[in-house]
Design a protein around this ligand. Structure first.
Ligand code: HEC
Length: 171
């Protein structure tokens, strides 16, 4: 493609303000799209100013190899989610939100609840919470689109994601 000098300078200076490539644009739309179960990625994650940060910040993981990101998106086991049994209440899957605050992941959108240690009867790893995209039937193309968007929005990557780097989803 023919490039004129002013365009190159503009692109370099603007960096993140460059237009996203098609793959990242599709990923951006998919990131905000609700699945049949009523969740979108934006329900729990924030990328490029879009969405609510309940789950982990995706900046760090966006730099990893696409294979690792796919594994995280489709993982059934979780590290950060715990099951909390409040005294006199129903157990719920939660993610710590700082201090005595937890996000109750059984609500959609997740709701913030404040529970002091004295109000918690028991916590245990995982419980039976599953990361919603695990059962969403995402295709290889959709996974590549999502990762391309995360990379573009988090560090201005415009190279995109090669489908050969995406493992076959096993669902
Ligand atoms: C109901 C809330 C919720 C929704 C919806 C959701 N996630 Fe997550 N996500 C989480 C939580 C909580 C974790 C942390 C899981 C853990 O490690 O315990 C997580 C973890 C991740 C991770 C790994 C992050 C890391 O640093 O290890 C990625 C990548 C990710 N989600 C991407 C997505 C994408 C893409 C979508 C949409 C297709 C999505 N998530 C939808 C809550 C959600």
């Amino acid at each position: 493609m023919k490039r004129y000098l002013p365009v190159v300078i503009l692109t370099c200076t603007l960096g993140f303000a460059a237009d996203p490539p098609e793959q990242a644009k599709r990923g951006e739309a998919l990131f905000a799209l609700k699945s049949a179960s009523g969740y979108s990625c934006t329900t729990c994650h924030q990328v490029g100013g879009q969405g609510t940060a309940v789950g982990p910040d995706l900046k760090t993981i966006a730099r990893l190899h696409p294979r690792a990101v796919v594994m995280a998106i489709l993982a059934t086991r979780t590290q950060a989610v715990i099951e909390i049994s409040p005294k006199g209440g129903k157990p719920f899957p939660a993610m710590k939100a700082g201090g005595d605050d937890y996000f109750d992941l059984s609500a959609n959108p997740p709701a913030k609840r404040t529970l002091t240690a004295a109000e918690i009867r028991k916590t245990q790893d995982n419980g039976d919470w599953k990361h919603p995209p695990e059962s969403r039937g995402l295709t290889k193309d959709q996974l590549a689109d999502l990762i391309a968007y995360m990379r573009f929005a988090c560090f201005g990557d415009t190279k995109g994601v090669d489908l050969a780097d995406i493992p076959n989803p096993t669902h």
